[in-house]
Design a protein around this ligand. Structure first.
Ligand code: DP6
Length: 319
């Protein structure tokens, strides 16, 4: 038996979105995704070996069925037979469109591997985390990471030091859990939206520009490409039958505020995941102006300040 192990991970914010699964199964993505791991918010997970697998998030016991394929992949990949008791907490709203499953499964993979006494590679941890949530395969890495279409594991493209003055201002339009999980919504999009296959095709075509934008630290090119990605994704989601609209009044207000800020010469580029929150890419010098504009809009909008964060950190971690 090992002692309790502790691991932290930041959520993986997709710039080019993963939305839809490969028909090959095994939770493989149908689209490539390029993401930035966020610092300033995190999941922290404590794990010990136990008789049975169990998981709690913010003190609430989770349905074991949601974690079965993750624990199976973990044991298979690491060649261990151990079971685990895990407790995680998030410093940000859970299941609310802030990628808590990405940081959750990434931190769980790291903490379980340590609790099993394994010194697993980040690449193997990425593959294990993917079995829980495909976006989690990216969150084990700091900085910028890429999960190819059909990929079993993500890889780091650039470390956090690559773009030190990039910031993400999160406009929180609601704190509660989203009405439909990403997993269910992406399946409903595939099954019911006539735009699904166009989404898969077009989203794949966005990747080269997004990669170039990150490489050159070109905020405008990144912003234009990320905007195209989220717009196409939400268009496809709206095409599901029945339609699904994650946006709230505060979401729409924040989108328009970003356009207004850009017209005033402030680089503020929004992206939106499966939920009402708006994540705004900007530079450090403009961060406070962006946040002030968002909170001035009303609609109960609050902000979280994030930066380009590290990958897995083993605890106890200060701060
Ligand atoms: C909109 O990774 O949560 O955040 O693999 O079914 O667990 P599962 O889905 P998940 O979906 C994330 C969707 C997204 C876009 C992204 O992070 O790329």
């Amino acid at each position: 038996m090992t002692e309790e192990s502790i691991c932290r991970a930041g959520p993986s914010l997709a710039l080019i979105k993963y939305w839809g699964k490969s028909l090959k199964g095994d939770n493989l993505p149908a689209t490539p995704s390029l993401a930035v791991t966020l610092g300033g918010v995190h999941t922290e997970t404590h794990v010990m070996q136990a008789e049975h697998d169990s998981m709690s998030v913010n003190g609430t016991r989770q349905d074991p069925a949601r974690y079965g394929s993750f624990f199976d992949a973990l044991r298979r990949t690491l060649g261990v037979t151990a079971h685990f008791e895990a407790h995680s907490t998030n410093t940000f709203p859970t299941s609310a469109g802030l990628a808590s499953s990405s940081s959750g499964f990434a931190a769980l993979a790291g903490a379980c591997a340590r609790a099993a006494g394994c010194d697993a590679s980040l690449s193997d941890l990425s593959s294990i985390a993917r079995a829980g949530s495909a976006s989690a395969s990216r969150a084990v890495f700091g900085g910028f990471s890429l999960l190819p279409a059909g990929g079993r594991r993500a890889r780091q493209v650039f470390g956090p030091e690559h773009w030190p003055d990039l910031r993400v201002v999160v406009a929180l339009a609601a704190r509660g859990p989203k009405p439909v999980s990403s997993r269910r919504a992406m399946e409903e999009t595939r099954a019911g939206s006539p735009y699904y296959f166009s989404w898969v095709k077009e989203s794949t075509a966005l990747l080269p520009d997004a990669m170039r934008a990150v490489e050159n630290r070109d905020l405008e090119l990144l912003g234009v490409t990320a905007r195209r990605s989220y717009s196409l994704m939400h268009g496809a989601i709206l095409g599901a039958d029945p339609p699904l609209l994650y946006w709230l009044p505060g979401t729409v207000a924040a989108i328009h505020a970003c356009a207004a800020l850009r017209a005033e010469g402030i680089g503020a580029w929004e992206t939106i995941d499966a939920g009402p929150q708006v994540k705004i890419l900007c530079l450090e010098k403009d961060r406070d102006a962006v946040a002030a504009r968002i909170t001035s809009l009303g609609f109960g909008l609050q902000t979280l300040m994030c930066f380009v964060g590290p990958g897995l950190q083993y605890g106890p971690v200060q701060g």
